[in-house]
Design a protein around this ligand. Structure first.
Ligand code: ZN
Length: 111
């Protein structure tokens, strides 16, 4: 299996387990597991990937991004599960998000 395929397999595993948790655990609650996007913020990272750094997506939004096979090629991004209150928008790891967005801004400005 190529490195790209291996990474995509891991990403789809994360998406599948999030969907299962939302269905089986959080179904009747205000909470939902979503995906916090981490770009590697590397010199070779594409701007379209860097721009997702520190942003929270639904699993469908992530699947849609990777349904474009160009986005799967040489992608170093990683996906992390994050708990979001769908009613209030509250995110459990807010300080982390703020640090990530600051790093993203710095990276884009250095281009
Ligand atoms: Zn990427």
């Amino acid at each position: 299996m190529s490195r790209d395929d291996e990474l995509m397999k891991m990403r789809y595993g994360t998406l599948d387990s999030n969907d299962a948790a939302n269905r089986d655990v959080y179904d009747d609650s205000d909470w939902e597991v979503r995906i916090l996007w981490f770009s590697a913020l590397a010199s070779i990272s594409r701007v379209s990937h860097v721009k997702r750094h520190g942003i929270v997506f639904t699993t469908d939004e992530v699947r849609s991004f990777y349904s474009n096979s160009d986005n799967c090629k040489n992608c170093l991004c990683s996906l992390s599960s994050i708990l979001v209150n769908v009613k209030t928008g509250e995110i459990v790891e807010k300080p982390l998000l703020e640090r990530m967005l600051a790093a993203q801004k710095k990276h884009l400005e250095s281009k």
